[in-house]
Design a protein around this ligand. Structure first.
Ligand code: ADP
Ligand code: MG
Length: 678
């Protein structure tokens, strides 16, 4: 039996069980081996009846005193018995096990193990298992696995299948070099697989977990490293520094912040160095990443090359297109837009211009990735809001040029350890400074009774010529309801602000073109209040907007709220964020308090991570499923650092050889590569 064999090769797994296994995504023996217990049932020694405690699973040994009674209800057959030892008597019940009645013998000693409940003020041992002495003592001290299950599979079946797989799978052989294992005190692979399922005690479990968590992180890091090394070429786009870029800098209406200057210099160093740039710029919302991207693009264009700027939404693409047009158009740079909502003719013409080299820069959405989009001399690829793209998409874009330079930009603030994991050894630039003209956003956390005051406050702000965002209460039932909700809310506001303010509305059900129009009107200042669902979230830049009110703020994650708040405070006017909760639980208030207390995205991300654990954090960033099965980026920060160091010592051939040896590993590598979002 081997990793890639179907689970049907396991004795006892038939067609029916197979279906259930499939529901859990277990198809091959290897999947089963990696279906780790979600918890363990620790098998303790017998306790005297007097010492039973409610809620725990406990074992007693005693004599059956009375004839068991059977009660039948419409759905259940309940057997009740009483068992006694030297210290007391306890009631025992079984449901739907009528055959027991004839088996239970008065005056006989039994070992019974079950959960201790309470009924009518007295302890009851519920649904206990029966053991003979031998069986029982073999289990004492052990930890029995409790697996995630699905309908049609019992824990017993799962345990049996895993037992067979663990003992018979030949592929479970060591793959980590001995020196790594020694350095980090890691137990052997085979033992780790055995012990994660069936540990003899806590210590063994911890050792097994450490080894397997290390593997996950190490393999992931190796995957990142492989990607990195593949991309690490001598560059055929070695750029020269250009006078025009300096002039352009002088033309900007503002001076760059220290952080912008530093990051731009890092980018110039990369692009002029002779190797291909592979850099991630992390900067909090509003730190001014766009202009840094524009500088890099302009440098490429001045060197006679083309650049591509890919963003996740049409609205953002249009916004970036317009600001590039404004900044670079007058310098003779030909900027084009390519998105899904253009007409077929527009798209065709755009593509022709790109291929002919008549566009220097293209701004666009995923539409740029299409097969028939070809460049004449693509030398720089930039992705904005990179966490919305997977590494494969970024690679697809890169392949449209001859090893172009790559710049990824992200506003999702991630603690350093996490950045290390997610981005491997991609070069990291951090923009940790906001433009000097910014006043810190003033925050408040309020209940819905504050709403009239909030509207009054908005009115004052609008009288001063500013604009307002309102994020509408969320409805989770359905998209239709959400739509109805936004529309209704907008209408109410229109009535209330009649003759005072122009109210517009933005939601996910609109066509890209409609969204663009709404955003266009808002950024021109034709609209005063924009009521929106969270589609507004990424990247939008309207510096004149000074109020962000978020209804039902308690329903959002902190990272997301921080992004939403980042839509204001982008100019030199004082801005405000009103976090309104619809449910004033202590927990909700506490969470919102973190946000009210700080405008620093990195601080917020750390707190968010502490509060919610990595699962949810990744939920925000990577649409759902967890990156690792065992390793926890927060808890295993130390392991992360060492695994990263180890992975760094390998060159590409070594990594390839390493994986080529083992199909399972190469599959894992692939799996992780798909998950990397650089
Ligand atoms: P983000 O980092 O969130 O993408 P943007 O690049 O959209 O931020 O910049 C936010 C706003 O700040 C824009 O209106 C931009 O013109 C302005 N801005 C950028 N850099 C500076 C600076 N150095 N001084 C003043 N304003 C700046
Ligand atoms: Mg941005």
């Amino acid at each position: 039996m081997n990793y890639n064999d179907s689970i049907r090769t396991i004795k006892g797994v038939g067609e029916k069980a197979e279906k259930a296994f499939h529901k859990l995504n277990i198809r091959e023996v290897g999947d089963l081996l990696e279906h780790y217990p979600r918890d363990y049932d620790e098998f303790h020694d017998l306790v005297p009846i007097r010492e039973l405690k409610e809620g725990s699973v406990m074992a007693i040994e005693g004599v059956l005193r009375r004839k068991p009674s059977v009660k039948t209800t419409s759905r259940l057959k309940i057997i009740t018995a009483f068992v006694e030892d030297e210290t007391g008597v306890v009631q025992v019940t079984w449901f739907n096990m009528p055959f027991l009645v004839s088996r239970l013998k008065m005056g006989t000693r039994y070992i019974l193990r079950g959960r201790v409940g309470i009924r009518n003020g007295k302890f009851v041992l519920e649904q206990p298992q029966m053991y003979n002495k031998n069986e029982f003592y073999k289990k004492v001290g052990k930890m029995l696995p409790i697996y995630p299950l699905t309908a049609g599979l019992t824990n017993h079946q799962m345990t049996k299948a895993v037992t067979t797989a663990v003992s018979q799978c030949e592929g479970v052989v060591e793959f980590l070099p001995a020196e790594i294992r020694t350095r980090h005190h890691l137990i052997g692979y085979r033992k780790a697989v055995q012990d994660i399922h069936f540990p003899k005690n806590r210590v063994d479990y911890m050792k097994a977990r450490k080894r397997l968590a290390f593997d996950e992180i190490f393999l992931y890091q190796a995957a990142l490293r492989a990607i990195r090394l593949q991309n690490y070429h001598e560059s055929c786009h070695v750029m020269e520094p250009k006078q025009e870029v300096e002039e352009f800098l002088g033309d900007l209406p503002f001076a760059l912040t220290g952080a912008q200057k530093r990051v731009y210099e890092e980018i110039v160093t990369d692009m002029t160095s002779g190797t291909v740039m592979n850099r991630l710029v992390q900067g909090d919302v509003g730190s001014g990443k766009t202009v840094v991207a524009v500088l890099a693009l302009y440098l490429a264009v001045c060197n006679g090359k083309q650049g591509a700027f890919m963003v996740p939404t049409e609205v953002l693409a249009t916004q970036h297109y317009e600001s590039l047009q404004k900044m670079l158009g007058k310098r003779g740079v030909r900027v084009g837009l390519l998105t899904g909502s253009l007409t077929a003719k527009q798209k065709r013409e755009g593509k022709e211009k790109l291929t002919a080299g008549e566009w220097d820069i293209v701004v666009g959405t995923h539409a740029i990735l299409q097969d028939n989009v070809e460049f004449q001399s693509l030398a720089l690829v930039i992705t904005d809001e990179q966490h919305r793209f997977g590494v494969r998409q970024r690679e697809t874009l890169s392949e449209k040029g001859d090893a172009p330079h790559v710049l990824a930009m992200s506003a999702t603030p991630i603690p350093r350890t996490l950045a290390l994991v997610l981005y491997g050894d991609m070069d990291l630039s951090v923009m940790d400074e906001l433009p000097a003209n910014r006043l810190p956003i003033k925050n408040c956390v309020v209940g819905t009774e504050y709403r009239p005051n909030a509207y009054k406050f908005m009115k004052e702000q609008m009288e001063q010529g500013h604009q307002v965002y309102i994020i509408c209460p969320m409805v989770d039932e359905s998209e239709e309801l959400e739509l109805e909700n936004v529309t209704l809310y907008t209408e109410q506001l229109r009535e209330m602000f009649q003759g005072i303010a122009v109210v517009d509305c933005l939601h996910g059900k609109m066509k890209p073109k409609e969204k663009n129009d709404v955003m266009g009107r808002f950024s021109k200042g034709d609209t005063d209040i924009l009521v929106s669902t969270t589609v507004i979230e990424v990247g939008i830049d309207v510096p004149n907007a000074t109020v962000m009110m978020i209804e039902n703020a308690e329903r959002f994650g902190l990272a997301q709220l921080h992004q939403l708040r980042g839509r204001v405070g982008r100019g030199d006017a004082q801005s405000y964020c009103i976090l309104m909760y619809g449910n004033d639980s202590k927990e909700a208030k506490e969470r919102l308090g973190i946000l009210a207390g700080s405008n620093d995205g990195f601080h917020i991300a750390r707190e968010d991570l502490k509060l919610r654990g990595q699962g949810d954090f990744f939920g925000v960033m990577q649409s759902g499923d967890k990156l690792f099965k065992l390793a926890d980026i927060y808890e295993d920060a130390d392991l992360l650092t060492v695994a990263n160091e180890e992975a760094k010592t390998y060159d590409f051939d070594e990594i390839s050889r390493f994986y080529a040896k083992n199909r399972r590993l190469s599959e894992k590598l692939n799996h992780y590569m798909g998950k990397v979002s650089l």
